[in-house]
Design a protein around this ligand. Structure first.
Ligand code: TRP
Length: 364
């Protein structure tokens, strides 16, 4: 049988999605969805994974499940083309995680660089919840239960994908070819790998208050751009400015296309020309920010409007999620029945086993 091309990707519902999520993955997902080259697409909310470091705050996860679903729909993830589902509603994922636990060592998990940084960030050093520590295993189950071939995620997820691939190789070596090795699909534009916060800090994060959300109003976006971090040494318009590490230019790298310049800054053919002028001196931040605002509003406006529309019928959004969970569960159940067979724990489906044991014990 020809190998199907299957996409799976997801997010932890711990907050509304911001433009870092958008340029880093959502925009690409929609393109991939609409490319027509994939046989199946699964997009899911990793609420179980979100709980691994929010176990005392279930309300946060519960509230954000609907926010993230709205963000997905707003960006153009289309339930007619992609199955949108919620991790906790697929018990097969827990079962698969349970089996995978035996294929991974503690020291292997301790070497995972993403988990290492996360442990530091959360001050978990002295008391790491086991579920948090082992979430890369559960993530491998998320991916392999759907036989995903392609996982579009940010570069911080690379160690998770490597872990998943190792598990698949080990599983298939021991139990025979059953699971599919997934490939990571990274963002194609360097500026999109990790969009900095509006304050110039490396990461956009809710706690730093440096995010632009997909659900922000036009006014909020305008204001956040107006106060955005630029080159702190670019004091007078005539001063030469630095483009590297200048958030406004990083955002232009991520959002602007040549045709935007015709519309919003016709004196420049493209972003390169604008950068050259800025470096030389004589170009003020306000002008660059105005251009960025125009470019970003053009892209965010339709998203904002679609979100508003979906907000008008929230029960329909829950209904869509429920249907997605049913479709996803059927797919995972199919893989799990193959897994149980390969692992020789499919006792009741295996008449040959029953006959063989009957003969061994001389029963009839
Ligand atoms: N760890 C991912 C994140 O924090 C979310 C996630 C969970 C995921 N399971 C996944 C992503 C499987 C891709 C595939 O964003």
């Amino acid at each position: 049988m020809k190998q199907e091309k299957i996409i799976l990707t997801g997010d932890r519902p711990t907050g509304k999605l911001h433009i870092g999520h958008y340029v880093g993955s959502l925009r690409r997902r929609v393109e991939l969805q609409n490319s027509g080259i994939y046989d199946k697409i699964f997009v899911f909310e990793a609420d179980g994974q979100a709980l691994t470091d929010n176990i005392d705050n279930p309300e946060k996860v519960r509230q954000n499940v609907i926010e993230v679903a709205l963000d997905y729909l707003a960006c153009g993830i289309d339930p007619a083309k992609s199955t949108i589902f919620i991790q906790s509603q697929i018990p097969e994922l827990c079962e698969l995680t349970f089996y995978f636990m035996d294929l991974v060592t503690v020291s292997r998990l301790q070497r995972n660089p993403t988990v290492k940084t996360e442990i530091q960030m959360r001050n978990f050093e002295t008391s790491i919840p086991v579920g948090f520590f082992t979430y890369p295993i559960s993530q491998a189950a998320d991916i392999t239960a759907f036989k995903a071939t392609t996982v579009p995620v940010g570069e911080d997820q690379e160690p998770m994908l490597e872990q998943a691939r190792e598990i698949v190789r080990r599983f298939n070596f021991i139990y025979g070819d059953t699971l599919v090795e997934p490939n990571i699909l990274l963002p194609d534009n360097a500026a999109c790998l990790r969009l900095p916060g509006t304050d110039g800090k490396a990461k956009m994060s809710k706690s730093l208050g440096n995010c632009i959300y997909l659900s922000d109003s036009a006014d909020e976006v305008e204001k956040k751009i107006r106060t955005m971090y630029t080159d702190p040494n670019h004091l007078k318009v005539s001063d030469p400015g630095q483009v590297e590490g200048n958030t406004v230019f990083t955002y232009l790298d991520a959002f602007s296309r040549p045709e935007h310049f015709e519309r919003y800054l016709p004196d420049y053919a493209n972003l390169e020309e604008l950068k050259t002028h800025y470096r030389r001196g004589g170009l003020g931040d306000v002008k660059v920010k105005k251009c960025l605002a125009a470019v970003m509003q053009e892209e965010l406006e339709p998203i904002r409007n679609r979100r508003k529309e979906f907000e008008q019928d929230i029960p329909a959004v829950y209904d869509m999620l429920k249907k997605g969970c049913e479709v996803a569960r059927a797919a995972a159940a199919e893989t799990l029945s193959e897994v149980r067979k390969a692992m020789k724990i499919d006792y009741f489906e295996d008449q040959a086993l029953i006959d063989e044991q009957a003969a061994r014990f001389g029963s009839h």
